[in-house]
Design a protein around this ligand. Sequence first.
Ligand code: ADP
Ligand code: MG
Length: 170
Amino acid sequence: MTHGEGVKITKKRVYKKFKSDFPYNKELTIYKMKLPYVAEMISYDDNKKLIVINNECCMNLAKVPFKDKPKYYKQAKDLYFKFKKDTGFYLYDYRPQNMIVNDKTGVVKLIDFEYYGKQKNIWKSNINFLKKIGVVRKDYSLGSKKIKSTKKYKKRFSKKTLMKSKKNTK
Ligand SMILES: Nc1ncnc2c1ncn2[C@@H]1O[C@H](COP(=O)(O)OP(=O)(O)O)[C@@H](O)[C@H]1O
Ligand SMILES: [Mg+2]
């Protein structure tokens, strides 16, 4: 789900309704694991594709006053790697809107699990945040990675091609 459509928030609960099975099941899989640093699921309904989650106090990290945000970066970083260790999955939609900060206790909890997988996958839109919290290095660039994996690059430097060009020069 994008842009919060299908999310209804009451004082105690968050009702998240999905349009299709795939994202519904993806998110449900994580909530069923009952990880201590993930918001608590209260109930779910496969027919309605509805997940009811505890409304975790107090606000998402994007809404935290600017000067207080850095207090939560270490936890945000640690939770990225803890999630990987516990589930085997990398989180892709890892951004301030998808983490709930309790500014009384200082504890961060994760929400929103429609996008994750076994492959490490850094989204361009989240790269600055991931650098800030230390999940990727400050000099990390998507560009350099892309060049290496292009078909042209692979073909040019593959053993076969190099052998061919050797033969041709003989
Ligand atoms: N369990 C929760 N406790 C508190 N706030 C929540 C919770 N779940 C969602 N929210 C709020 O609702 C917003 C949208 O929820 P989210 O699950 O991220 O939906 P979407 O897939 O539309 O991004 C979040 O950014 C957060 O502010
Ligand atoms: Mg979200």
